[in-house]
Design a protein. Structure first.
Length: 90
């Protein structure tokens, strides 16, 4: 599969054209996005792992963080899979 891909936890959009996409630029974009997601995930995991935070925060905040964390994990997996595809095609 070639072309540009944009992913979220709920959908993937693939633009099927190969000549217009610079694989090196796409790889750099993916690596930057992965790094940002990894930091965001680590931050949420730290918050959710803090018993003081969990005991003081309203339930809807905890639920929202857990939902966002789950979505970010799915998105991270998709980005890592796409990066792996680019590495295999290089």
């Amino acid at each position: 599969m070639s072309g540009a891909v944009r992913s979220t936890a709920t959908f993937d959009v693939r633009i099927a054209y190969s000549d217009a996409v610079d694989p090196a630029a796409e790889k750099a974009r993916l690596e930057k996005a992965i790094e940002g997601l990894q930091k965001a995930i680590a931050s949420k995991e730290k918050q959710l792992g803090d018993e003081t935070f969990r005991s003081r925060a309203p339930e809807k905040i905890i639920t929202g963080l857990e939902a966002t964390l789950a979505e970010q994990r799915v998105e991270l997996k998709k980005l890592q899979d796409r990066l792996d595809q680019l590495d295999q095609n290089s």
